[in-house]
Design a protein around this ligand. Structure first.
Ligand SMILES: [Fe+2]
Length: 306
Protein backbone atom coordinates (compact mmCIF):
# COMPACT_ATOMS: atom_id res chain seq x y z
CA UNK A 1 0.00 0.00 0.00
CA UNK A 2 1.33 3.45 -0.86
CA UNK A 3 2.20 5.76 2.00
CA UNK A 4 0.81 9.02 0.69
CA UNK A 5 -2.36 10.03 -1.06
CA UNK A 6 -2.33 12.39 -3.98
CA UNK A 7 -4.07 15.71 -3.30
CA UNK A 8 -7.12 14.59 -5.28
CA UNK A 9 -7.36 11.35 -3.31
CA UNK A 10 -6.99 13.27 -0.07
CA UNK A 11 -9.78 15.67 -0.93
CA UNK A 12 -12.16 13.00 -2.14
CA UNK A 13 -11.43 10.87 0.90
CA UNK A 14 -12.33 13.75 3.16
CA UNK A 15 -15.52 14.21 1.23
CA UNK A 16 -16.28 10.53 1.56
CA UNK A 17 -16.43 10.71 5.31
CA UNK A 18 -18.27 13.95 5.32
CA UNK A 19 -15.60 16.46 6.08
CA UNK A 20 -15.75 18.92 3.23
CA UNK A 21 -16.40 21.66 5.78
CA UNK A 22 -12.90 21.11 7.10
CA UNK A 23 -11.65 22.42 3.79
CA UNK A 24 -13.49 25.69 4.35
CA UNK A 25 -11.18 26.47 7.22
CA UNK A 26 -13.52 25.57 10.06
CA UNK A 27 -11.50 24.85 13.20
CA UNK A 28 -12.76 21.37 14.12
CA UNK A 29 -9.85 20.94 16.49
CA UNK A 30 -11.00 23.86 18.67
CA UNK A 31 -14.60 22.68 18.50
CA UNK A 32 -13.50 19.18 19.54
CA UNK A 33 -11.61 20.50 22.55
CA UNK A 34 -14.66 22.50 23.61
CA UNK A 35 -16.88 19.45 23.28
CA UNK A 36 -14.38 17.19 25.06
CA UNK A 37 -14.33 19.56 28.03
CA UNK A 38 -17.90 18.46 28.77
CA UNK A 39 -18.65 15.21 30.58
CA UNK A 40 -16.75 12.29 29.00
CA UNK A 41 -17.31 8.54 29.47
CA UNK A 42 -15.70 6.74 32.40
CA UNK A 43 -15.16 2.98 32.41
CA UNK A 44 -16.18 1.29 35.65
CA UNK A 45 -16.20 -2.30 36.93
CA UNK A 46 -19.96 -2.20 37.46
CA UNK A 47 -22.65 0.39 36.89
CA UNK A 48 -24.30 1.79 40.00
CA UNK A 49 -27.35 2.88 38.02
CA UNK A 50 -29.42 1.15 35.39
CA UNK A 51 -27.93 1.54 31.90
CA UNK A 52 -29.73 3.96 29.61
CA UNK A 53 -28.54 1.94 26.63
CA UNK A 54 -27.05 -1.51 26.09
CA UNK A 55 -25.34 -2.36 22.82
CA UNK A 56 -23.91 -5.72 21.79
CA UNK A 57 -20.68 -4.91 19.96
CA UNK A 58 -19.99 -7.84 17.62
CA UNK A 59 -16.87 -7.98 15.44
CA UNK A 60 -15.94 -9.89 12.31
CA UNK A 61 -18.15 -12.99 12.22
CA UNK A 62 -16.31 -13.36 8.88
CA UNK A 63 -17.74 -16.73 7.89
CA UNK A 64 -14.91 -18.77 6.36
CA UNK A 65 -11.94 -17.02 7.99
CA UNK A 66 -11.54 -19.22 11.05
CA UNK A 67 -8.59 -21.55 11.49
CA UNK A 68 -9.46 -25.05 10.27
CA UNK A 69 -8.12 -27.83 8.08
CA UNK A 70 -10.25 -26.81 5.09
CA UNK A 71 -12.17 -23.68 4.03
CA UNK A 72 -15.42 -25.65 4.37
CA UNK A 73 -14.62 -26.60 7.94
CA UNK A 74 -13.67 -23.01 8.72
CA UNK A 75 -16.96 -21.74 7.36
CA UNK A 76 -18.96 -24.33 9.29
CA UNK A 77 -17.17 -23.57 12.57
CA UNK A 78 -17.58 -19.81 12.13
CA UNK A 79 -21.27 -20.24 11.35
CA UNK A 80 -21.74 -22.45 14.41
CA UNK A 81 -20.13 -19.79 16.63
CA UNK A 82 -22.27 -17.08 15.02
CA UNK A 83 -25.43 -19.07 15.80
CA UNK A 84 -24.28 -19.54 19.40
CA UNK A 85 -23.64 -15.80 19.56
CA UNK A 86 -27.19 -15.14 18.42
CA UNK A 87 -28.53 -17.43 21.16
CA UNK A 88 -26.62 -15.40 23.75
CA UNK A 89 -27.77 -12.12 22.20
CA UNK A 90 -31.38 -13.22 22.46
CA UNK A 91 -30.87 -14.15 26.12
CA UNK A 92 -29.18 -10.84 26.96
CA UNK A 93 -31.73 -8.71 25.08
CA UNK A 94 -29.56 -5.66 24.28
CA UNK A 95 -31.24 -2.54 22.89
CA UNK A 96 -29.17 -2.96 19.73
CA UNK A 97 -26.89 -5.49 18.07
CA UNK A 98 -24.08 -3.77 16.23
CA UNK A 99 -22.01 -5.76 13.75
CA UNK A 100 -18.78 -3.92 13.00
CA UNK A 101 -18.26 -5.54 9.63
CA UNK A 102 -16.77 -8.53 7.85
CA UNK A 103 -19.97 -10.47 7.95
CA UNK A 104 -18.38 -13.05 5.67
CA UNK A 105 -14.89 -13.74 4.40
CA UNK A 106 -15.97 -13.82 0.76
CA UNK A 107 -18.51 -11.14 -0.21
CA UNK A 108 -19.98 -13.43 -2.86
CA UNK A 109 -21.19 -15.76 -0.09
CA UNK A 110 -23.03 -13.12 1.93
CA UNK A 111 -26.48 -14.41 0.91
CA UNK A 112 -25.63 -18.01 1.75
CA UNK A 113 -26.53 -17.99 5.45
CA UNK A 114 -26.93 -14.41 6.65
CA UNK A 115 -30.58 -13.96 5.58
CA UNK A 116 -31.60 -16.87 7.81
CA UNK A 117 -29.33 -15.81 10.67
CA UNK A 118 -30.72 -12.27 10.60
CA UNK A 119 -34.25 -13.59 11.04
CA UNK A 120 -33.21 -15.19 14.33
CA UNK A 121 -31.79 -12.02 15.96
CA UNK A 122 -34.52 -10.50 18.09
CA UNK A 123 -32.98 -7.08 18.82
CA UNK A 124 -32.62 -4.34 16.16
CA UNK A 125 -29.46 -4.89 14.09
CA UNK A 126 -27.08 -2.29 12.66
CA UNK A 127 -24.27 -3.30 10.32
CA UNK A 128 -21.17 -1.39 9.21
CA UNK A 129 -19.80 -3.19 6.13
CA UNK A 130 -16.26 -4.55 6.21
CA UNK A 131 -13.54 -4.81 3.62
CA UNK A 132 -14.49 -8.45 3.02
CA UNK A 133 -18.13 -7.46 2.48
CA UNK A 134 -17.45 -4.56 0.11
CA UNK A 135 -13.79 -4.78 -0.95
CA UNK A 136 -12.07 -1.61 -2.05
CA UNK A 137 -12.35 0.04 -4.42
CA UNK A 138 -16.11 0.18 -3.74
CA UNK A 139 -18.14 -0.99 -6.74
CA UNK A 140 -21.90 -0.57 -7.09
CA UNK A 141 -22.74 -4.22 -7.90
CA UNK A 142 -20.91 -5.37 -4.78
CA UNK A 143 -22.74 -2.78 -2.69
CA UNK A 144 -26.00 -4.17 -4.09
CA UNK A 145 -25.03 -7.72 -3.12
CA UNK A 146 -24.51 -6.45 0.43
CA UNK A 147 -27.65 -4.33 0.64
CA UNK A 148 -29.76 -7.16 -0.81
CA UNK A 149 -29.02 -8.99 2.44
CA UNK A 150 -28.57 -6.22 5.01
CA UNK A 151 -30.87 -3.57 3.60
CA UNK A 152 -28.52 -0.61 3.77
CA UNK A 153 -24.87 0.11 3.26
CA UNK A 154 -24.89 2.51 6.23
CA UNK A 155 -27.60 3.37 8.68
CA UNK A 156 -28.42 4.96 12.01
CA UNK A 157 -30.88 4.48 14.82
CA UNK A 158 -31.96 6.64 17.76
CA UNK A 159 -32.42 4.75 21.02
CA UNK A 160 -32.98 6.10 24.51
CA UNK A 161 -31.53 9.51 23.73
CA UNK A 162 -28.53 8.17 21.82
CA UNK A 163 -27.91 8.13 18.08
CA UNK A 164 -25.89 5.22 16.76
CA UNK A 165 -24.37 5.86 13.33
CA UNK A 166 -22.80 2.97 11.40
CA UNK A 167 -21.01 4.01 8.22
CA UNK A 168 -19.08 2.35 5.42
CA UNK A 169 -15.38 2.93 6.08
CA UNK A 170 -14.52 1.42 2.70
CA UNK A 171 -14.92 4.96 1.38
CA UNK A 172 -11.72 6.04 3.11
CA UNK A 173 -10.05 4.40 0.10
CA UNK A 174 -10.47 5.97 -3.34
CA UNK A 175 -13.40 4.81 -5.46
CA UNK A 176 -14.86 5.71 -8.83
CA UNK A 177 -18.43 5.35 -7.53
CA UNK A 178 -19.03 9.07 -7.19
CA UNK A 179 -22.79 8.98 -6.66
CA UNK A 180 -22.61 6.40 -3.89
CA UNK A 181 -19.76 8.30 -2.39
CA UNK A 182 -21.57 11.63 -2.40
CA UNK A 183 -24.65 10.02 -0.88
CA UNK A 184 -22.68 8.82 2.13
CA UNK A 185 -21.07 12.27 2.52
CA UNK A 186 -24.41 14.01 2.72
CA UNK A 187 -25.92 11.37 4.97
CA UNK A 188 -23.01 11.18 7.40
CA UNK A 189 -22.78 14.91 8.01
CA UNK A 190 -26.51 15.20 8.33
CA UNK A 191 -26.66 12.38 10.88
CA UNK A 192 -23.89 13.71 13.10
CA UNK A 193 -24.79 17.36 12.98
CA UNK A 194 -28.53 16.87 13.37
CA UNK A 195 -27.89 14.63 16.38
CA UNK A 196 -25.84 17.33 18.06
CA UNK A 197 -28.43 19.96 17.20
CA UNK A 198 -31.07 17.75 18.82
CA UNK A 199 -28.99 17.35 21.98
CA UNK A 200 -28.22 13.68 21.33
CA UNK A 201 -24.89 12.06 21.98
CA UNK A 202 -23.69 9.78 19.19
CA UNK A 203 -21.97 6.44 18.99
CA UNK A 204 -20.11 6.06 15.71
CA UNK A 205 -19.31 2.66 14.27
CA UNK A 206 -17.27 1.49 11.32
CA UNK A 207 -15.34 -1.59 10.35
CA UNK A 208 -11.91 0.02 10.02
CA UNK A 209 -10.86 2.04 13.09
CA UNK A 210 -9.29 5.48 12.55
CA UNK A 211 -6.11 4.18 14.17
CA UNK A 212 -4.92 0.98 15.83
CA UNK A 213 -2.61 2.13 18.63
CA UNK A 214 -1.76 5.80 18.21
CA UNK A 215 -2.98 8.77 16.22
CA UNK A 216 0.40 9.30 14.56
CA UNK A 217 1.06 5.69 13.52
CA UNK A 218 1.97 4.90 9.91
CA UNK A 219 -0.63 4.10 7.29
CA UNK A 220 -1.41 0.42 7.07
CA UNK A 221 -4.12 -2.07 6.21
CA UNK A 222 -5.72 -1.70 9.64
CA UNK A 223 -6.21 2.10 9.90
CA UNK A 224 -7.41 5.25 8.13
CA UNK A 225 -4.90 7.21 6.06
CA UNK A 226 -2.90 9.42 8.44
CA UNK A 227 -3.73 12.50 6.38
CA UNK A 228 -7.31 12.54 7.59
CA UNK A 229 -7.32 10.78 10.96
CA UNK A 230 -7.19 13.78 13.26
CA UNK A 231 -9.57 15.98 11.28
CA UNK A 232 -12.06 13.14 11.16
CA UNK A 233 -11.83 12.49 14.90
CA UNK A 234 -12.00 16.20 15.73
CA UNK A 235 -15.13 16.41 13.60
CA UNK A 236 -16.70 13.50 15.48
CA UNK A 237 -15.87 14.78 18.95
CA UNK A 238 -16.99 18.30 18.00
CA UNK A 239 -20.35 16.75 17.15
CA UNK A 240 -20.59 14.89 20.49
CA UNK A 241 -19.59 11.46 19.26
CA UNK A 242 -19.02 9.83 22.63
CA UNK A 243 -17.97 6.27 21.71
CA UNK A 244 -16.40 4.72 18.60
CA UNK A 245 -16.99 1.02 17.96
CA UNK A 246 -14.93 -0.77 15.32
CA UNK A 247 -13.86 -4.18 14.02
CA UNK A 248 -11.24 -5.24 11.49
CA UNK A 249 -8.24 -5.62 13.82
CA UNK A 250 -9.15 -9.12 15.12
CA UNK A 251 -7.38 -7.90 18.24
CA UNK A 252 -9.08 -6.49 21.31
CA UNK A 253 -8.17 -2.84 21.81
CA UNK A 254 -9.19 0.04 24.08
CA UNK A 255 -7.87 3.55 23.45
CA UNK A 256 -9.44 6.97 23.16
CA UNK A 257 -9.34 10.29 21.36
CA UNK A 258 -9.98 13.34 23.57
CA UNK A 259 -11.81 11.08 25.99
CA UNK A 260 -13.96 9.32 23.38
CA UNK A 261 -13.26 5.58 23.77
CA UNK A 262 -12.34 3.75 20.56
CA UNK A 263 -13.09 0.07 21.09
CA UNK A 264 -12.36 -3.11 19.12
CA UNK A 265 -13.73 -6.35 20.53
CA UNK A 266 -13.27 -10.08 20.11
CA UNK A 267 -14.53 -11.86 16.99
CA UNK A 268 -16.22 -15.20 16.49
CA UNK A 269 -13.96 -16.16 13.57
CA UNK A 270 -10.28 -15.61 14.32
CA UNK A 271 -8.57 -13.57 17.04
CA UNK A 272 -4.97 -12.69 16.24
CA UNK A 273 -4.35 -12.11 19.95
CA UNK A 274 -5.64 -15.63 20.70
CA UNK A 275 -8.41 -14.36 22.91
CA UNK A 276 -11.52 -16.47 23.32
CA UNK A 277 -14.35 -16.10 20.80
CA UNK A 278 -17.21 -13.81 21.67
CA UNK A 279 -18.46 -10.24 21.72
CA UNK A 280 -18.71 -7.20 23.99
CA UNK A 281 -21.68 -5.76 25.81
CA UNK A 282 -21.50 -1.98 26.13
CA UNK A 283 -23.68 -0.55 28.88
CA UNK A 284 -23.84 3.21 29.50
CA UNK A 285 -25.60 5.00 32.33
CA UNK A 286 -26.93 8.53 32.47
CA UNK A 287 -23.67 9.84 33.97
CA UNK A 288 -21.66 8.32 31.09
CA UNK A 289 -20.19 5.61 33.29
CA UNK A 290 -19.86 2.50 31.18
CA UNK A 291 -18.94 -1.16 31.18
CA UNK A 292 -17.74 -3.08 28.13
CA UNK A 293 -17.82 -6.69 29.25
CA UNK A 294 -16.70 -9.72 27.28
CA UNK A 295 -19.36 -12.32 26.58
CA UNK A 296 -17.78 -15.65 25.72
CA UNK A 297 -19.17 -17.69 22.85
CA UNK A 298 -16.44 -20.37 22.82
CA UNK A 299 -13.01 -20.96 24.31
CA UNK A 300 -10.21 -20.49 21.81
CA UNK A 301 -8.30 -23.79 21.38
CA UNK A 302 -5.23 -21.68 20.57
CA UNK A 303 -5.74 -19.64 23.73
CA UNK A 304 -2.93 -21.39 25.56
CA UNK A 305 -0.54 -19.52 23.29
CA UNK A 306 -1.60 -16.18 24.80
FE1 LIG B 1 -11.96 -9.15 9.44
Amino acid sequence: MKERFTRREFLTTLEAIGLTAALDGFNWSKAAEDSAAALRPKKVDALENEPVITIAHCCDPQLGFGEAATPEEAYAADLARLKKEVELLNELKPDLVLYAGDMTNNWKEVAKDWPEVLKTIEAPVLVAPGNHDIPDPVKAPVVKTFTDVFGKEYDSVVLNGWKIVAFNSQYVRPTEERALYDAQVEWFRSELESAKAAGLRSIVASHVPPFVKSLDEKDEYFNFPATLRQTFLDYLVANDATFYLAGHTHTTLERDYLGTPILNGETTSRNFDRRDFGFRLLKIDEKLNYTWDFIEVQKNPAGAAK
